[in-house]
Design a protein around this ligand. Sequence first.
Ligand SMILES: [Zn+2]
Length: 247
Amino acid sequence: MAGPPGVPGKGVSGWDRFSFRSTRGGTPGRLKKADSGIIPGMKSYETTTPPRSSIEPENVPQADFPTPFGDFRIFGFRDSVSGEEAVALVHGDIKDKTVLARVHSMCFTGDTLHSLRCDCGNQLNAAMEAIGSSEGGILIYQMQEGRGIGLLNKLRAYALQDEGLDTIDANHKLGFKSDERQYAFCAEIFRYFGVRGIRMLTNNPRKIEGMQKEGINVEERVPLVIEPSQHNSRYLKTKKDRMGHMI
Ligand SMILES: [Zn+2]
């Protein structure tokens, strides 16, 4: 669990983040192999693919976390490869089980400032309510604002949308893909908890594909039904028509 997939027992402390060189082990056989054919003084590289995401299991703060939607425990994670942070809210027992799960991407404007431009805040609340009333479930909150483009770029995209572009064309005009999110870190978090499979709360087929590509067993999709408002109906229509969202 500590190490990257397919490299049992190799925890993150065994990897040098910048050179991706093993800092552990150093058996003569390994050094000889790595040294062959390279100029003395050059860094040696492992032939094993370095992890794209890694968690230090001994460095995960956790605490009780009561909410209006139920009692959770909150866990904090830092990806030692990318530096990205995320939290997980866990309700009930999830180890070795197939559990209700939501991977929620940070939307500061929707989650915190109650923006009606999108449905993120409502989705977050609905997911917490569903997980908080389930036997066991987990919500991973990843800090990938604006589908991964960052807060200020999201506001730039909003300005373009005010001029008539939809959410995808606005992203493209700013030089981004329609969705820049990555799921390797989330997958590591699911593995940290020993979750066997997930019933994923999402309307987004790409999110399911993203998790499956990272080796997570998505057993079922559970829709999140949010009523559109006059402010977000165009945004939701774009997500449905151009991003394949099942809403
Ligand atoms: Zn949002």
